[in-house]
Design a protein around this ligand. Structure first.
Ligand code: MD6
Ligand code: FE
Length: 213
């Protein structure tokens, strides 16, 4: 879709060059997404992973797709096998693929077919410090990021860790699409505030779709 009159569409917010926030975009697929999520986490449970520096992450993670993002003392990588179960990750459900492709197209990235989806679970107090997403092979693919449950603040910086950050509220159903010139910008999520979401309770779930392989 063209973006001639961005201020006239409150559902669409520019975050930066190549980065757009589609407010409420996931809501029409909410039921399918939550059902698929239960299925995935029954097969590949959430777990807190250890960074190469030896820190236990406060965000619990799992994955679906041909490959999953993992971290341990040896480093960050994509792995076709879930190290916890020894099995391949659950496949990407149709509702996930549909949402990711539609959101990417709406943001100007046609034909996005993700092969990996990292699923993050934040409980109150959990945070993700400023980082770049740079373990993917081809930065030409955008990232599609879906927020569910409790609201969070998203910090969106620049190409250097020390660049100033802008802050965006991410709420249940919001989808951020991010690529092109800002694909490698630093970003993070400060401590999740406590609260109770009507469908997800005391947590926030974030799905990030990537072309990883
Ligand atoms: C989160 N998201 O929203 C963490 N990365 O919980 C990310 O780290 C992220 O939302 C790249 C692109 C979009 C994202
Ligand atoms: Fe990220």
């Amino acid at each position: 879709m063209s973006d001639l009159f961005p201020t006239l569409d409150p559902r669409r917010e520019a975050m930066g060059q190549g980065a757009v926030l589609l407010r409420g975009k996931a809501l029409s697929l909410e039921a399918e997404i939550l059902t698929a999520l239960k299925n995935i986490t029954a097969q590949a449970p959430f777990r807190r992973m250890t960074t190469p520096g030896g820190f236990l992450m406060s965000v619990a993670m799992t994955n679906c797709g041909s490959a999953g993002w993992v971290t341990d003392r040896t480093g960050y990588r994509y792995d076709r096998i879930d190290p916890e179960t020894g099995r391949p990750w659950p496949s990407l459900p149709p509702a996930f693929l549909q949402l990711a492709a539609q959101a990417a197209a709406e943001a100007g990235y046609e034909d996005f077919r993700p092969d990996a989806c990292l699923i993050n679970r934040y409980e109150p107090g959990a945070r993700l410090s400023l980082h770049q997403d740079k373990n993917e092979r081809d930065y030409a693919h955008p990232i599609v990021s879906v927020s569910l449950g409790l609201p969070a603040t998203f910090q969106f910086g620049g190409p250097k860790r020390t660049d100033p950050v802008r802050k965006f509220a991410l709420r249940h159903g919001d989808v951020a699409v991010w690529g092109g010139p800002s694909r490698l910008f630093f970003h993070g999520v400060p401590e999740l505030k406590d609260g109770e979401h009507e469908t997800l309770g005391r947590m926030r779930i974030n799905l990030t779709f990537r072309g990883a392989l």
